[in-house]
Design a protein around this ligand. Structure first.
Ligand SMILES: [Mg+2]
Length: 200
């Protein structure tokens, strides 16, 4: 049985922190792992800014609710889910993803969890496991699934390379150039055709 494992940000929805920074007018939140490679440090920095601004989970979810999936993303996902099994595997947090999952028709997502106090303040975060995308794909394979994976960024390369077929989608030129062996697409129609070929 096949499972298609899809990245979320940059593939189906915009980068959540960047879109949130724009929507909320807090440019400091545009800092990414390219500026601060230590993800734990980056998250502490982001949560510190949210605390300073008095932004709790409710305010953040209201802002994220104004962000839309990429044009064509829902139709692509609907078609793919009617055709085979799909899991979105993301490094984001379930509470941030929720307003976007609603707009995508509640697909299955495996991601991480924010720790939230009773008053809505985000006090911390829990990562599900190390190298979550690769670890999840290997776990699916260990119980009899064949995986096909697609994503746009460095953190997707593990699951893409470990799958029976893997694709770059809407990736920056630098990642495409570093991985010339991986098929790269920018249109949902092209990705759908490649996935169907791999699954059939
Ligand atoms: Mg991504």
């Amino acid at each position: 049985m096949n499972v298609v494992c899809l990245d979320l940000e940059g593939v189906l929805v915009p980068e959540i922190w960047i879109a949130f920074a724009e929507e909320s007018g807090i440019p400091e939140l545009k800092r990414t792992t390219r500026d601060e490679p230590d993800y734990g440090k980056l998250m502490e920095y982001r949560l510190g800014i949210l605390r300073e601004r008095g932004l709790g989970l409710k305010e953040i979810q209201e802002t994220i609710a104004k962000i839309d999936p990429m044009p064509g993303a829902k139709a692509f996902l609907d078609e793919l889910r009617a055709y085979t099994q799909v899991i979105i595997i993301s490094d984001t947090f379930e509470q941030f993803a929720k307003p976007l999952m609603e707009k995508l028709g509640w697909p299955t997502i495996f991601c991480n969890t924010l720790e939230v106090a009773a008053d809505g303040e985000i006090t911390g975060f829990r990562m599900r496991c190390p190298e979550s995308k690769l670890t999840t794909v290997r776990a699916l394979q260990s119980c009899g699934f064949e995986t096909v994976a697609a994503g746009d960024s460095f953190n997707d390369l593990g699951m893409i390379k470990a799958s029976k077929a893997g694709f770059l989608f809407k990736s920056p030129d630098s990642i495409k150039a570093d991985n010339p062996d991986l098929p790269a697409f920018d249109e949902y129609g092209e990705l759908m055709a490649a996935i169907r070929e791999a699954v059939d």
